[in-house]
Design a protein around this ligand. Structure first.
Ligand code: ATP
Length: 314
């Protein structure tokens, strides 16, 4: 038996702008992704089976072929039939720490770990861009989850450019345990309400991509100016998710008055995060917001910005 354990970090979006339609129901996005050290542990074991078996004790996570980690393994088997024939399948154990359906790309991070893990176990020697190209077939967030750190994402979010590391910020995250926001609903509703603001002509789209590239957020990241980064947090999806889910709006307001550098919803939510300059202020903010809202359904996490994606777990 051979086995490998990988850390699969969650992401937050420091910036998420919807700039147009990408066709096929997808949106053209201009985003800044950031990895955080809230991570799942994904262990792959070759145990002489000829398929892939998912194990996970989080009840919301499917164990069948709809699991994104399974889909990643099936894609690798199809892409590298000789290695699959030589080494066989694997048991994939997901130790879940990233909340599920939270806008933190947990499933995408697991898929990214399986691509990297099978590349190692099967001794394929694929480059990061090669694995990212495969990952894009599984989901728009998978390529970022492989390389992680801080990056610009355009297109569907899968056209990546690395940015200097944001390594001086802590993150407090909070999510109502029983509140679900469908990502598809959030984007469809946004299209219904704001579709008329979309850039249509290719040069208009290019202009709006460029606006993020040469804009103040990327400048603040380059200068490691945490105050400015926090002031410039942006997420277009807040415009549809906050009005439809008042508890998420209240949570965001509670963070905003807790002395944080900045606060924002991540992805399509419903997780809200706040940035702080150090661990002690992160812990203080968590306590303050927990006391203010005093809701047993509310879960909190404290994390640190991370300069990397998938890594071997020690
Ligand atoms: P994103 O931010 O990329 O939209 P998310 O963080 O909101 O994703 P996930 O945690 O990836 O959401 O889960 C979304 C859905 O995908 C879940 O409801 C779950 O049923 C399904 N799913 C499939 N595979 C996984 C996995 N490995 N981990 C978590 N959820 C998974």
């Amino acid at each position: 038996m051979r086995s490998i354990s990988l850390l699969a970090p969650a992401k937050i979006n420091l910036y998420l702008e919807i700039i147009g339609d990408a066709g096929g129901g997808y949106h053209e996005l201009a985003m800044v992704f950031q990895s955080i050290d809230l991570a799942d542990v994904v262990t792959l074991r070759t145990i002489g089976i000829d398929d892939f078996r998912i194990r996970c004790d989080a009840k919301e996570v499917p164990l069948d072929n709809t699991n994104l980690a399974y889909k990643a393994a099936a894609l690798m088997a199809k892409q590298f039939p000789n290695a699959f024939a030589q080494y066989g399948g694997a048991e994939i154990t997901i130790e879940k720490h990233i909340p599920v359906a939270a806008g933190l790309a947990g499933g995408s991070a697991n898929a990214a770990a399986v691509l990297v893990g099978l590349d190692m176990l099967w001794q394929l020697g694929q480059t990061v861009p090669e694995l990212q190209q495969l990952g894009a077939r599984l989901g728009a967030d998978v390529p970022f989850c492989i390389s992680g750190g801080t990056a610009l994402g355009t297109g569907r979010g899968d056209e990546l450019e690395p940015l200097p590391d944001v390594d001086n910020l802590y993150v407090v995250l909070a999510k109502y345990r029983n509140l679900q926001v469908s990502t598809a609903w959030a984007y469809q509703t946004y299209r219904q309400q704001f579709g008329k603001t979309y850039a249509a002509a290719p040069e208009q789209l290019q202009q709006r991509r460029q606006r993020l590239h040469s804009g103040p957020m990327v400048g603040a990241i380059a200068r490691k100016d945490s105050h400015k980064i926090a002031q410039l947090l942006h997420n277009d999806l807040e415009k549809v998710v906050l009005p439809a889910h008042p508890p998420v709006a209240r949570l965001r307001a509670a963070f905003a008055t807790a002395g944080v550098l900045g606060t924002m919803m991540s992805g399509s939510g419903p997780t809200v995060f706040a940035l702080t300059p150090d661990l002690s202020s992160a812990e203080r903010v968590r306590q303050q917001v927990q006391n203010a809202l005093n809701d047993p359904d509310l879960d909190f996490w404290v994390a640190k910005c991370l300069p990397n994606g998938i890594q071997l777990s020690r």
